[in-house]
Design a protein around this ligand. Sequence first.
Ligand SMILES: Cc1cc2nc3c(=O)[nH]c(=O)nc-3n(C[C@H](O)[C@H](O)[C@H](O)COP(=O)(O)O)c2cc1C
Length: 202
Amino acid sequence: MPSDMSLLDGINSLRSVRKFKPDPVPEDKIRIILESASKAASGSNTQPWEFVVVRDANVKTRLKEPMLRTWLERLAGSSGMSPRMRDVYDEATEMLRNTEKVPVIIYCCVDLTRVGKSEEVKYASIYPAVQNLMLAAHALGLATCLTVHGSTPTRGEPEVKKILGIPGHVKLACLVYLGYPAVQLGSPKRKPIEKFVHYDRW
Ligand SMILES: Cc1cc2nc3c(=O)[nH]c(=O)nc-3n(C[C@H](O)[C@H](O)[C@H](O)COP(=O)(O)O)c2cc1C
């Protein structure tokens, strides 16, 4: 992807990539990506985000265990999936199985002591930063996939937090797999806006 991509081009071509080249991501690019995340809006400008950038393959291998185990448990309990959904889930499972080979994993967390008391502000104060992070990566020719593995107790959060040493007052919101894309995907498939936009009233 060209580095001079316009913001609108970036938004319109951002995809969830689940296959990565083994090439490491240069430090300066990781820094630009994180700085872009830090420019996002947050409730009362509290900037409650904390990011744990994991590059060590041994740490990734340890993180994979609780995330993959709980994901496979979920899959075993799910039924009636459409073939399209099944394909997405199969790709998601493969990416998870290859966790230690993905060059960088960024755990995106919220410090609950720095965010407003209202429930609705918590996650609303991290996802704009995560979207910035993914768009910045895309602009730099990198690819990302957001997942919520390890983000709740039933998704292995206690084990993930222990492995990473994340303190109790910090909530894991999501993680982003990051690396150079091994596949080129087309434009995102989305519903036309006429299906969900209402003007002046519903
Ligand atoms: C909250 C959220 C959770 C997601 N969880 C996963 C996941 O667990 N595994 C995965 O491979 N992709 C995950 N994704 C990526 C979506 O599957 C993806 O955005 C969607 O299928 C559309 O594909 P596209 O982004 O390539 O257009 C998640 C995305 C979001 C926003």
